[in-house]
Design a protein around this ligand. Sequence first.
Ligand code: BYC
Length: 310
Amino acid sequence: ETQEQLDAFEARIQRGEKIEANDWMPAEYRRQLIRMISQHAHSEVVGMLPEGAWITRAPSLKRKTILIAKVQDEAGHGQYLYHAAETLGISREEMVDALLSGKAKYSSIFNYPTLTWADIGMIGWLVDGAAIKNQTMLAGCSYGPYSRAMVRICSEETFHHKQGKEMIVMYAQGTPEQRAMAQDALNRWWWPAMMMLGPHDADSPNSGVLTRWGVKLKSNDEVRQEFINEHVPELLEAGLTIPDPDLYQDENGDWKHGPINWDEFWSVVKGHGQMNRQRLEARNAAHDEGAWVREALEAYMNRTPAQAAD
Ligand code: BYC
């Protein structure tokens, strides 16, 4: 890597040009994007598990149909993102191996259990709500394939967000049992949703280079601020109580939150959350059970011309 190459690359970023798969890029830019996009893909795929667990227990055919469509969308997002990462020269097998062996990270949020049906609504409202804030920012990122993936994914996430909000607002105005179930879901998902947007800026080692190269256009704390500014008033209007006694609105209209339990966050990220073990076991089992599909595909690819003409 020469200084001229780096200067020309950074000038392109400055001009707001997209970097495409075959363009020159610093090795560190490539490494950072492979890290981020593959972790994002893994999150989509693991994210199917907490919600998938409720497909058979949905309270109506309508809710079941919506949930099946949502979980299927997450699989599509995973596919799309694995492809985006492949444009950087890593294979699908390497990425999947890293997930299945526990080497790769995926979003902390999916290591929490879904204990009641209201958790499905709360994931849509809060988790997809947080994801949209992060991903709308990433839709403007400097790497073309990732940025284009984000545009499509965000439009689908918007449906996910709306169905979750609609469900929770309805339960929050429902019977005392429904209200209690919605409040309990908020109590358990609020802080994990805050954490999923990443550590405070001062503790975010990757932010410097990602910002310099136009991958991150906003910091973790800025995205978190956008998330709470949108969601706090809406949750309060729904009649719910946010489980943060220190929450207040400052003179600029920003909602300020109390301290986040980062020990819990790092413990989950390091594999010690409530559901880390089960999530990896479920992914490994699904991979093993899908071996025959991969074998069938390979046999089909290797068919003789005579077989193909049959
Ligand atoms: N969980 O330097 P930092 C979804 C790690 S899926 C686990 O700030 P960065 C959905 C981080 O990787 C949502 N690990 O990192 C799907 C780094 O470790 P490494 C997923 C986390 O990259 C289904 C270290 O902490 N979205 O929407 O600058 C159903 C230091 O952090 C987490 C994405 O993946 C975490 N929450 O910023 C419903 C979006 N946070 O890798 C919904 C793409 C941080 O150096 N990713 N770490 O060993 C990003 O935008 C950024 O990677 C992050 C973190 C903002 C998440």
